[in-house]
Design a protein around this ligand. Structure first.
Ligand code: 0A1
Ligand code: ZN
Length: 851
């Protein structure tokens, strides 16, 4: 039976306020004792007599006292209720003692163990697995924590108060919701650095890792210091405690967690050295360190009233980390990467059965809503707001947000109100971006009157999504530039504000019919439907002054070319090949940008595009034609590849910066093309000579794509078999680059190995995630990919429902494919849904995907 959904419309403030929480942990793997004392008062926002309801799951209640008096009260399956009649008027205390078993906690939610270390994950509703408590974000309290354990390092939130052999006490002066609580205890070592804030506060920064890993922390520390400085200069936000601790943990369901003063990270997003991490890993570490740090203000100091407001902290914090990465590296490259990700994950979500608004109004399991829509579309919506109100308006609104709401558990209404109050704008219509799901489609019609007037007419359609058949017009900021036929810009970037379903914009006084560059910088998360001909796209690829749209022109050309190859058996178009060759050989352009231009559209992206155009994508054919396209590109670029590779060769000692990373990216993109022509000779050589993980993996991928590389895989394994994070790459690449008809067999072979530790989320994702990311391999017509995924999800679910549910989204695109594949996927989803004892997490996902 599906549990009843939680509804936004049911929100009520909690009837009590908690002034102070005092916790004592006596840590033991099988029998940890948690004593809690809550100092409560009635909440004036909920007058009247109320029961005291506390959440609690899987807790053995040992004792309960109200106002110091023992109380007989039995918990139910989800918590504990103390009847209103027993509750004294005014302030009172509640004391509980419970027992829990962190060692058996494989769901990695609440208090659990990872390689002998105790750690917690409380967002969204994990604190209720630690003690009885109102586990909701609008209950904010001061926490004082005592930890007792026979371990050298004992950490919690806030500032250290005192410690001795086997114990430590922490006090967090900032009221916070329970989801930001954290505790870590283990045999850890620190990589430390001092920091002084702009306000003169001295902060001890520590990154805690397992002994032996401390020499892989320097980059994360550097990224942390840069993040702290950036938040001071870009947003005027300084850090507010005496210590900032980061802990790396090997078993973690997500990327990282922003617990107050004690961020907990998946070790994958902390540990890095040139030998073990790629340039992409370094960039991701920088972004995630920044993201978690930025939450200190956007999430912690100002938190969410309820989980429906999740985008309030996540959309804004993603937006801030994107700004930061752009400032640290290249804005153009960062924007393209972000849009690629948005389209690959969020558009895909928005166009399928899992579509939901940036601010949903109902959920069954909140853990299923940590989605690309909440995070990435949430960030896009803020980008649009900023575009509409301008730099100054944005700054004024954010300053007001921080002063007005510091210490609050806020809502999207509060957020929009600060923009209205700071700028005088009415955002009623804009709010639809938060409440309506789906990706708007933007049609364009142009008219030239031959006498200097050019008119652009836009038409927006907002497709139906589950539960939302009809939608109103959205406010769409459309950044437009106009170019002369000779490539000069006659209208610099101008933001047109579309508010109606159909709307025209006129440009007068033009000497000649211009070429429009529309949706510059991807100014709104929409699908632009424009029937530009290939010549116009080639013109923009050569001349657009907006770097995003210049790249976009090449991208849309490439997609047209591939679509025609797939649907009509056409040859790869010469115009695209020549245009791309010219761009790639243009030394005035950033190598990272050129490398991005060389990246062909993914098979999943093409399948979506073909489906939207009314075709039924054939995964095998798509795969074969994409390879044919890559070969044609290699042949066209052949004369230039040696020179390009020579120019991009990095001779200086390795640095994980954007300049070197860009050079390596272009070098390796060229190497991969060259390998298609030389039978892998250069890739074998490059692998043998590689002195860093970026170059080594790129060469290995080139070989795997040729169906070679076994010797290199063996050598890799011999060198890295004791390193979990590096071996995740080894597992993943073999599956990602397996031939379609070999993918399931490769997965079967690798999952039979003793080092396929499937209860470790990173290892599970490396293998089973790679299965679904290999488009043609996953979608084999015999259903082997679907079956394998379903088998593994059913196996993982009882151990770790959160990760099982997240990975089930591989099935969300099932309606794109032919009847045979649809039937196979439906059968697997139905098999999952019918599994005895299925979790709420996976149950909700399977149900929504089946529709
Ligand atoms: N708030 C974290 C991500 C996160 C969310 C949920 C988790 O468990 C269900 C864990 C981490 C962030 O945005 O970084
Ligand atoms: Zn976040």
């Amino acid at each position: 039976m599906t549990p009843a959904p939680v509804l936004l419309s049911d929100y009520q403030p909690y009837p009590f306020l908690i002034e102070q929480v005092s916790l004592r942990f006596a840590l033991l793997p099988q029998a940890t004792r948690v004593s809690a004392r809550l100092d409560l008062t009635p909440n004036p926002a909920r007058p009247g007599q109320h029961d005291l309801r506390l959440d609690g799951e899987g807790l053995r209640l040992l004792s309960l006292r109200l106002g110091g008096t023992p109380l007989e009260c039995q918990p139910d399956a989800t918590g504990l209720t103390i009847p209103a009649a027993l509750i004294p008027a005014g302030a009172f205390t509640l004391e509980t003692e419970v027992e829990i078993a962190p060692e058996g906690n494989t769901a990695l939610e609440g208090l659990y163990m990872s390689n002998g270390m105790y750690c917690t994950q409380c967002e969204a509703e994990g604190f209720r697995k630690i003690t009885f408590y109102p586990d909701r974000p609008d209950v904010m309290a001061r926490f004082r924590v005592r930890i007792e354990a026979d371990l050298p390092v004992l950490l919690s939130n806030g500032n250290p108060v005192d410690s001795g052999a086997g114990w430590a006490e922490w006090d967090d002066p900032w009221p916070k919701p329970a989801y930001l609580f954290a505790l870590v205890a283990g045999d850890l070592v620190a990589h430390s650095a001092p920091f002084t804030t702009a306000e003169g506060r001295k902060v001890a920064l520590n990154i805690w890792v397992r002994p032996g890993d401390q020499d892989r922390c320097a980059y994360a520390m550097d990224a942390l210091i840069r993040s702290m400085q950036w938040d001071e200069t870009a947003y005027g936000r300084a850090y507010d405690l005496d210590v900032f601790n980061i802990v790396a943990v090997d078993d973690f369901n997500m990327g990282a967690m922003e617990n107050k003063g004690l961020n907990i990270f998946n070790s994958k997003f902390v540990l890095a050295s040139p030998e073990t991490a790629t340039d992409d890993d370094f960039a991701r570490i920088e972004a995630i360190i920044a993201h978690e740090y930025f939450h200190n203000w956007t999430g912690n100091r100002i938190t969410c009233r309820d989980w429906f407001q999740l985008c309030l902290k996540e959309g804004l914090t993603v937006f801030r980390d994107q700004q930061f990465s752009g400032d640290m590296r290249s804005h153009a490259v960062k924007r393209i990467e972000d849009v690629l990700m948005l389209r690959a994950r969020q558009f895909r979500e928005d166009q399928g059965p899992l579509a939901h608004p940036v601010r949903p109004d109902s959920y069954v399991e909140i853990n299923n809503f940590y989605t690309a829509t909440i995070y990435e579309k949430g960030a896009e919506v803020i980008g649009m707001l900023k575009r509409l109100v301008g730099e100054d308006g944005y700054k004024a609104a954010l300053d007001l947000y921080f002063t007005r709401h510091d210490g609050d558990a806020a809502t999207i209404e509060d957020w929009l109100k600060v923009f209205e109050d700071a700028t005088g704008r009415d955002l009623t219509q804009f709010k639809r971006w938060y409440t309506e799901a789906g990706t708007p489609r933007l049609g364009v019609h142009e008219a030239w009157d031959g006498a200097g007037t050019y008119t652009l007419t836009f038409t927006q359609t907002n497709p139906p999504t589950p539960g939302q058949p009809d939608k109103g017009a959205k406010v769409i900021p459309i950044a437009v530039g106009l170019l002369n036929p000779n490539g000069d810009e006659v209208l610099p970037t101008t933001v047109l504000e579309m508010t109606q379903a159909v709307q025209s914009f006129r440009f007068d006084g033009l000497a000649a019919r211009p070429v429009p560059s529309i949706l510059r910088g991807f100014s709104a998360p929409v699908v632009l439907e424009r029937d530009a001909d290939a010549a116009e796209r080639a013109f923009l690829l050569a001349h657009d002054t907006d770097p995003f749209n210049r790249w976009e022109a090449g991208r849309s050309l490439a997609k047209d070319v591939l679509a025609r190859m797939v649907t009509q058996g056409a040859a790869p178009a010469r115009g695209w090949l020549d245009g791309l060759a010219a761009l790639v050989c243009d030394d005035s352009l950033d190598p990272a940008y050129r490398a991005l231009a060389l990246r062909l559209p993914s098979e999943d992206d093409m399948a979506a595009t073909l489906a939207a155009a009314g075709h039924v994508p054939d995964p095998d054919r798509l795969h074969a034609e994409r390879r044919r396209m890559a070969l044609a590109l290699a042949e066209r670029l052949a004369p230039h590849l040696p020179g390009l590779m020579e120019a991009m060769r990095v001779t200086a000692p390795f640095a994980p910066d954007a300049t070197q990373a860009g050079q390596r990216a272009l070098f390796n993109a060229c190497l991969q093309l060259a390998s298609r022509l030389d039978g892998g000779a250069q890739a074998r050589d490059a692998y043998a000579r590689a002195s860093n993980m970026t170059d080594g993996l790129a060469a290995l991928v080139a070989l795997l794509d040729l169906g070679q590389g076994q010797a290199q895989l063996d050598a890799f394994e011999t060198r890295w078999r004791h390193d979990r994070l590096v071996m995740d790459k080894w597992f993943m690449l073999q599956i990602l680059h397996a031939a379609p008809d070999q993918t399931a067999a490769t997965v079967a072979r690798l999952t039979a190995r003793t080092d396929f530790d499937w209860q470790n989320p990173n290892r599970f994702r490396a293998v089973i995630g790679a299965l679904s990311a290999n488009h043609a391999g996953f979608h084999q017509a015999d259903g082997s990919g679907y079956r394998l995924l379903a088998d593994w999800l059913i196996r993982l679910d009882p151990k770790n429902p959160q990760t099982a549910a997240r990975m089930s989204t591989a099935f969300e695109t099932w309606r794109r494919y032919d009847a045979g594949r649809q039937q196979l996927i439906r059968a697997e989803l139905s098999r999952i849904a019918a599994t005895q004892g299925l979790s709420r997490d996976l149950g909700e996902m399977a149900g929504r995907m089946l529709g």
